[in-house]
Design a protein around this ligand. Structure first.
Ligand SMILES: [Zn+2]
Length: 372
């Protein structure tokens, strides 16, 4: 064997080793996150129960029902509409593992855009996962992409024509669940997931629904509650409650002509009161520096601190950052305040959720204390 053959052989071996290791990392994203139903969960179902052809695909996802057995309102909580926004997902996990419903019923879908948890967005340098220390062990959760996995409906069109409005959006928004409502049973995979959620809202007679999100600290709609016009009185009442607890939320109205969004289409097409909540997530921001697991969990980024110092931020940002525990605490407290306000406006439909950590409690004890 000549010398250049030996060199080529060595290079092939190195490439094979690198590809094998990278492939193993890539395939790890297909291993489902462990979510451990708590004592409040009375039934575990699949989203495919509401749109059959999702069954057996990476777009099907678990639906956890917490039913008090007492009459009252039904609430729906969606986490993971955008799998790169971990506070929405983790809030749904805390509810699934820790909450107990005393009156009415709560339906939780922690990973509604399930296929988006099997990949990350290209060119962002996102970590594949992050870890949280609980009382008993270290648990790892996947950090996903903004939309559905491109492999589920490749290729993206150049222009996405939103159904049924015909509104034109950039091509990659075709995989954005929060542009795909009301969806359709024979549409793209993302539209079929949206259709299944709409079917669930109808069939389960959902009264109030939450879509939990995060956004970059520099965007205008941050630390906010977005409401459909029919839910604005309850939202305003919840805001007063939250203000009295020193928790500032901006109230944003759902734009009537911006189609495909949960707070618009759920509200227009069903009896539900829809709310979308946003927390501030530095890892999504354009100013961020080192992009790693610590930024997901601790939310500390020096560049955002500097931006806040020169008055370029709409929210306060100090050296404590925006830790995941605080973001989950805000979502949980916002959700409880909205449920309380909803009950005030419709006293005949009660919904009482216990064992939800208070904002200060989750800050003091940490997120892991409320997970198995
Ligand atoms: Zn989002």
């Amino acid at each position: 064997m000549e010398r250049h053959h030996i060199t080529a052989l060595c290079m092939l071996i190195v490439i094979a080793v690198v590809c094998t290791l990278a492939g193993r990392e890539f395939l790890k994203m297909y291993e489902p996150d462990e979510i451990i139903p708590g004592p409040g969960v009375t039934k575990v179902d699949n989203l495919s129960s509401y749109s059959g052809d999702l069954a057996g695909t990476i777009s099907d996802t678990k639906v956890y029902v917490l039913d008090s057995g007492k009459p009252g309102a039904t609430a729906l909580v969606l986490g993971g509409t955008h799998p790169n926004e971990p506070a929405g997902f983790m809030t749904a996990v805390v509810l699934t593992e820790h909450a107990f419903v005393r009156e009415g019923r709560v339906i939780v879908i922690p990973q509604v855009c399930s296929s988006g948890f099997t990949c990350t967005d290209p060119l962002e340098g996102y970590p594949q996962s992050y870890s949280i220390q609980t009382k008993s062990k270290i648990r790892s959760f996947r950090f996903g992409a903004r939309g559905s996995n491109p492999l589920t409906e490749w290729p993206d069109p150049l222009v996405f024509l939103q159904y049924p409005s015909g509104q034109q959006l950039s091509g990659n928004e075709v995989r954005n669940l929060n542009r795909s409502y009301p969806g359709r049973p024979d549409g793209t995979v993302t539209e079929r997931v949206a259709y299944a959620v709409m079917q669930l809202i109808e069939r389960e007679n959902v009264d109030i629904a939450f879509d939990l999100h995060e956004a970059a600290p520099e965007i205008p709609i941050i630390n906010a509650i977005v409401t459909h016009e029919k839910g604005k009185d309850a939202a305003a009442s919840a805001l007063f409650t939250l203000e009295s607890e020193n928790l500032q939320f901006a109230l944003e109205m759902s734009p009537p002509n911006f189609h495909g969004l949960s707070h618009r289409e759920w509200g227009d097409r069903s009896a539900v009161f829809p709310y979308l909540m946003e927390t501030s997530n530095p890892i999504q921001g354009r100013l961020r520096g080192v992009t790693n697991e610590a930024l997901v969990v601790q939310g500390i980024d020096r560049k955002y601190f500097e931006a806040a110092q020169i008055g370029s931020m709409r929210i306060t940002y100090d050296l404590e950052g925006e830790p995941l525990a605080r973001r989950v605490g805000r979502h949980l407290r916002g959700l409880q305040a909205l449920l309380g306000a909803y009950m005030e406006s419709t006293p005949e439909k009660r919904i009482v959720v216990d064992s939800v950590p208070e904002y200060e409690e989750i800050l003091a004890r940490g997120l892991g204390d409320f997970l198995h």
